[in-house]
Ligand binder design. Structure first.
Ligand code: XIL
Length: 320
């Protein structure tokens, strides 16, 4: 898979799963970049005020180095309310103290991985549908400029790293996309560089792919690097309870993977293709199946529950 593309093909992994040979072998064989579903998040690396715990994220980075892969790390700030550890939520202080807290976190984490992580999702999910700011603790304490400040701190901590604004649903345009692009412009005005936009693309088989291309292009036209950052295609989402996976659905999923990957290659100029990352490896441990580990809940990824390549895999591959 990885040699079929000029851009990195990534997988977001889970540190513990890398300890399983069939999982690890699939990752190293097919992917050229690695990320992690949660091992770089605040709660994982910074569980209390003066304590940083990098063991898990370090293990992900070590795996990448061993297999000559790049690393895209996710994420410094997750705007979605409720994702910070309790100690952050209970932190007391004025705006300056909150800014310092954010700065300390970003400086420490980014510097720890300097030279080992090529790119970061600096802020994840800052905007909601309708272009409204996610009511996160950072937004409440620092206003909307917390986003630009976070980018500034990340840039200071590692001037070489490529920095991404990551969100979901903006691939369908509207006010959400518009506001994300406004943030990029506003940052530029303030002398802060947002290098790229991450489109999560947790998508659904019955959704149309065409509008996605329009919006990838819109962001690419701004000169941004474009990363499809959490790619998967749910087969089951929105289907009746009687749903059963069929060969036809498997095939259709393969075609949709192909359509989206080839569309990306067509509308995003080569020099702006930061790559495509799938959110997980096998359906067995997909985020969509969290809480349903042994059931036939959903089938969003490239490899089946036995790590065999699916139509989805060949669809992706044949786009190359
Ligand atoms: C998810 C992980 O996949 C889960 O394992 C974890 O329990 C919660 O977070 N969008 C994002 C990711 O940006 O951070 C989320 O990851 C999935 C949705």
């Amino acid at each position: 898979m990885k040699s079929a593309f000029d851009f990195p093909v990534g997988a977001a992994v889970v540190k513990e799963l890398l300890e399983k040979p069939e999982y690890a072998n699939t990752v190293s064989k097919h992917f050229s970049r690695i990320g992690s579903e949660s091992d770089f998040k605040w709660g994982s690396v910074h569980p209390s005020k003066d304590k940083y715990t990098f063991a898990k994220a370090d293990a992900v980075v070590a795996f990448a180095q061993k297999h000559n892969m790049k690393v895209h790390a996710h994420t410094l700030l997750w705007a979605h309310d409720g994702n910070e550890p309790k100690w952050v939520k209970e932190f007391q202080g004025d705006a300056a103290a909150w800014e310092q807290l954010m700065k300390d976190h970003i400086y420490t984490v980014v510097k720890h991985f300097k030279g080992k992580v090529q790119s970061w999702d600096v802020v994840n999910e800052p905007i909601k549908e309708g272009g409204v700011y996610t009511n996160s603790i950072w937004y409440r304490k620092l206003g909307k400029d917390y986003i630009i400040k976070a980018f500034k701190f990340a840039q200071e901590a590692d001037p070489q790293a490529k920095l991404f604004l990551n969100d979901y649903g903006q691939e369908y345009g509207g006010k959400k996309m518009k506001e994300l692009l406004n943030i990029v412009d506003e940052a530029k005005k303030q002398g802060v560089k947002i290098h790229g936009m991450g489109f999560q693309l947790h998508t659904v088989l019955r959704m149309e792919a065409k509008p996605i291309m329009t919006n990838l292009k819109l962001a690419a036209d701004k000169g941004l690097l474009i990363h499809i950052s959490e790619f998967d295609i749910s087969v089951k989402y929105g289907m009746p309870a009687t749903f059963q996976l069929s060969d036809a659905m498997n095939k259709a999923q393969g075609e949709k993977y192909k359509e989206i990957v080839s569309g990306y290659m067509k509308v995003v100029p080569k020099s702006q293709q930061w790559g495509i990352t799938t959110w997980g490896v096998s359906d067995k441990t997909s985020y969509f199946n969290k809480g349903y580990p042994n059931s036939d809940h959903d089938y969003p990824l490239l490899f089946d529950r036995n790590y065999q390549p699916k139509e989805a895999f060949y669809g992706f591959l044949n786009a190359g």
